[in-house]
Unconditional design. Structure first.
Length: 159
């Protein structure tokens, strides 16, 4: 069987500006209700970190990266701030919930439980779906996606 290659020039990432619920706040009220930048968001007593949820591309040493937000407990947020300028890769993975809907996946991904793994200061934390999660997203994160699925994901996002 011939190895199928992912098309050069196809996007290998998709990012969200903010967690979905924060994005839905009317723009003229958002700055008053939430504090945020490209990496962090606080909305009331809720805390979010922008991360990468990688889905391997079969046949390549690369991945499709979802630039998604994770909702975390205050303690996890504080720990991330403590390590913001340090290498956090030796930290244990911590619990989080996906704060964005990923359109190519059936049902809703919003609120999906996962793990956040801090990285070095130049890299966003990595999100991993939990063992035992049988969703399509979890399966694709474990097994990777082929070129046809890569194109399908992008077509849904461009629709």
């Amino acid at each position: 069987m011939a190895e199928e290659h992912h098309d050069e020039g196809l996007s290998r990432d998709w990012g969200f500006t903010l967690p979905d619920e924060v994005w839905e706040i009317p723009e003229d009220e958002r700055d008053a209700q939430a504090r945020y930048n490209d990496d962090l968001c606080q909305w009331g007593d809720r805390f979010f970190i922008r991360c990468i949820l990688p889905v391997p591309l079969k046949g390549e040493d690369d991945f499709f990266g979802w630039g998604a937000w994770a909702e975390v407990e205050a303690e996890v947020f504080e720990r991330y701030l403590d390590l913001y300028e340090a290498d956090g890769r030796d930290e244990p993975p911590l619990p989080a919930k996906l704060a964005n809907r990923l359109a190519p996946y059936p049902g809703t991904t919003l609120g999906t439980r996962l793990l956040i793994q801090f990285q070095d200061p130049d890299e966003r934390p990595i999100l991993t779906l939990q063992e035992g999660d049988k969703s399509r997203l979890a399966q694709e994160q474990r097994d990777g996606i082929d070129a046809a699925r890569h194109r399908e994901v992008l077509s849904v996002l461009d629709a």
